[in-house]
Design a protein around this ligand. Structure first.
Ligand code: C5P
Ligand code: MG
Length: 286
């Protein structure tokens, strides 16, 4: 039905079920659809020409705004905690306190750097951040059809907004839940605002925003996109859900993570750096 679902990067546990969900969503119409997507390594690329692309955090960590000494410490944290984040042999419960530890330590280091708000755009421009191929169609199509897009990220809201702003796709149908920086009156980073969002507490983050999901309660069909097992809970705040289609990008440690991803995502995209499949689904649904 959708030729792109036969791409070599696509794996599905139950293609028949995917077909049924899609048919039900088409019947309901695009005015019942909402998209909830993770940001880092879902809307942005994991790698380009064999080189890793940065996350929101690593855009800052590798920028001129951070001292060499601090860069070393942040890299140390990444080398310690990222392998834990993606370790399929540990449970989410085991990982949870370690993720809080990672984010807390990293944010403390960033705050100590006295980062200036007016320099964030330069850091983003000089970084290798890249949205996935096909991002223009993805964002523009959702905007054209007035389909709400919630970007739900454990990254840094200010950086993420700058990335999509510089790409020219920060349209009014886009809403962001993320970790936002708090600046003092002279524009220097003094803290992070609100409750911390890390990769494994997105459910709690969703439940803290009932107003958003109340507003979208007629959008009973959800297209969810993520790259982490934690992203599966991003739609937990959606009211009166009818169908959910979950698309997971499996970027790293593919062999050992394939089975858990297939068990929980309806469509798994293996080392696929493009938005070709989500775009084909959106075109089918609208
Ligand atoms: O947008 P998303 O929810 O994917 O953002 C979280 C990602 O940021 C995680 O997958 C994690 O690997 C990465 N991260 C990082 N540096 C940190 C904290 C998180 O690169 N200090
Ligand atoms: Mg991600």
């Amino acid at each position: 039905m959708i030729p792109e679902l036969s791409n070599p990067s696509v794996l599905m546990r139950d293609p028949q079920r995917v077909q049924e969900i899609l048919e039900s969503m088409v019947k309901a119409g695009s005015n019942t659809l909402q998209v909830i997507s993770d940001f880092d390594m879902t809307l942005t690329r994991f790698a380009h020409n064999g080189k890793r692309c940065p996350t929101c955090h690593s855009i800052l960590d590798n920028s001129k705004l951070i001292s060499e000494d601090c860069k070393e410490k942040l890299a140390g944290l990444l080398n310690t905690y990222y392998p834990i984040e993606i370790d399929s042999s540990r449970t989410v419960e085991e990982k949870l306190p370690l993720m809080v530890e990672w984010w807390t330590k990293a944010h403390e280091l960033l705050v100590a750097q006295k980062i200036r708000k007016d320099l964030l755009s330069v850091a983003v421009r000089e970084s290798g951040a890249m949205l996935r191929e096909g991002y223009q169609l993805f964002f523009d199509h959702l905007h054209k059809h007035s389909i709400p897009l919630l970007i739900f990220s454990a990254g840094i809201g200010d950086i993420l907004e700058e990335v999509i702003h510089q790409a020219g796709v920060f349209h009014p149908n886009v809403k962001v839940f993320s970790n936002y920086m708090d600046f003092d009156e002279s524009g220097v980073l003094k803290a992070f605002k609100g409750e911390l969002i890390h990769v494994y507490n997105k459910r709690e983050g969703a439940l803290l925003n009932p107003g958003h999901f109340q507003e979208l309660r007629t959008r009973r069909n959800v297209l969810l996109m993520g790259d982490s097992i934690g992203d599966l809970t991003m739609a937990d705040g959606v009211q009166d859900m009818e169908n959910i289609l979950k698309i997971g990008f499996l970027n790293d440690k593919v062999e050992e993570r394939k089975q858990p991803y297939l068990n929980s995502y309806d469509i798994v995209l293996i080392k696929d750096e493009t938005l070709e499949v989500p775009n084909a689904i959106l075109l089918y649904l609208t």
